[in-house]
Design a protein around this ligand. Structure first.
Ligand SMILES: *Cc1c(COP(=O)(O)O)cnc(C)c1O
Length: 207
């Protein structure tokens, strides 16, 4: 896995690599695990539930997709970090399921930063009211966002800088995670202050 080694060498020490393994077989995940990778990201609850029991127990599973409230209960026993929290009702449900399993589940609020309409997340002006609420078993650790799927690097940079600014503005003492950057744009994201990149196709090949 030359791409993995190159990426590990390239990412600064403070940036966590989440290997996004959606649609990829467990063998591919195990291969990266054997090279030392522990953080893996999945987008679909059903797929995650099929893979998780077949792989080592010390993998940190990140849920990075759009999560429906009625599916939280399936991943609550083991999920490490839920990136895409885009509503208060979802956060409340994560809290409820966390309490049921006697866990504190770490979460990131997803912020809508892209010019496209299709991406989920809180709008900038919805963020402050959302942060007024605290849930003991769903602990916020920071923010997550996806830039426009665009070759316009200036636009992508502006979007990431905007998210980094919101992160600084709203940062709480226990926040340590700004999840931004994918295969096509992680370099820009890291320059803009990302602490966690979510990389799939660059590591595992195209889907
Ligand atoms: C699929 C996905 C990624 C990884 O995308 P690549 O372009 O394959 O690196 C990152 N974040 C989210 C939210 C995704 O859905």
């Amino acid at each position: 896995m030359d791409a993995f080694r190159a990426l590990r060498a390239e990412l600064p020490a403070g940036v966590t690599l989440v290997a996004v393994s959606k649609t990829k077989p467990v063998e591919d995940i195990q291969a990266l695990y054997d090279l030392g990778q522990r953080d893996f990201g999945e987008n679909y609850v059903q797929e995650l539930l099929e893979k998780q029991p077949l792989l080592p127990g010390d993998i940190r599973w990140h849920f990075i997709g759009h999560l429906q409230s009625n599916k939280v209960k399936y991943i609550a026993p083991f999920v490490y970090l839920i990136h895409g929290v885009d509503s208060l009702s979802l956060l409340k449900e994560i809290h409820k399921q966390g309490a049921k399993h006697d866990r504190v589940i770490d979460c990131l609020l997803q912020v809508h930063i892209a010019a496209e309409e299709t991406k989920f997340g809180f709008d900038r002006d919805e963020l402050a009211p959302a942060l007024d609420h605290a849930f003991a078993n769903a602990r916020l650790r920071g923010l997550m966002g996806m830039a426009s799927n665009s070759l316009d690097r200036m636009l992508v940079r502006e979007e990431f800088l905007g998210l980094a600014e919101l992160y600084r503005q709203y940062r709480r003492p226990d926040w340590d995670t700004l999840s931004m950057g994918m295969s096509a744009d992680y370099g820009i994201a890291v320059e803009c202050g990302s602490t966690m990149v979510r990389i799939g196709s660059l590591l595992f090949g195209s889907r």
